[in-house]
Design a protein around this ligand. Structure first.
Ligand SMILES: [Fe+2]
Ligand SMILES: [Fe+2]
Length: 152
């Protein structure tokens, strides 16, 4: 593939979801997908391994956060993650058979999929987590009550 015609995925602030850890992880996601888009045939395996390491951690963190916080809209979100992971394993099998075109198509599909996923699914989760972190935490309320009681 001609390097000058490679499609790229580069960071765009429209991907921000306002949750520091998730935004940092999403920067890594963009870098991994871009590396996959740019990888020549001989480096696709390495780029795919790096993407796999990243995305398993990335999705596990979000799935765990949804589960641990009783997030009400988790179903569709975890289903999308699972679909990507399933495709990843299929693409790994295809690459083992020398199907470099399948890896490139997968990278393109990821670049197409991510902006909408971030805008809808991840932004919704980030807002939920921020709301729980910044407002209405019973631990914080308890901490504020103790000094008043002790001072009285
Ligand atoms: Fe995410
Ligand atoms: Fe997600």
């Amino acid at each position: 593939m001609n390097a000058f015609t490679n499609p790229r995925l580069t960071w765009c602030d429209e991907f921000l979801v306002g949750h520091g850890e998730m935004d940092s992880t999403h920067h890594e996601f963009v870098d991994c997908v871009d590396a996959l888009l740019c990888a020549p045939d001989g480096q696709q395996g390495t780029a795919l391994d790096a993407f796999a390491d990243h995305v398993k951690r990335h999705f596990n963190e979000e799935d765990s956060a949804m589960r641990d916080s009783n997030y009400g809209s988790a179903g569709c979100h975890t289903d999308e993650h699972a679909a990507v992971l399933k495709s990843l394993e299929e693409v790994r099998c295809a690459l083992a058979q020398g199907r470099h075109d399948v890896v490139r198509d997968f990278a393109l599909a990821l670049a197409d999929w991510f902006p909408r996923h971030a805008e809808v699914m991840d932004l919704g989760l980030a807002r939920w987590l921020n709301q729980r972190r910044l407002g209405g935490s019973p631990v914080l309320i308890q901490k504020q009550k103790r000094p008043v009681t002790q001072a009285a």
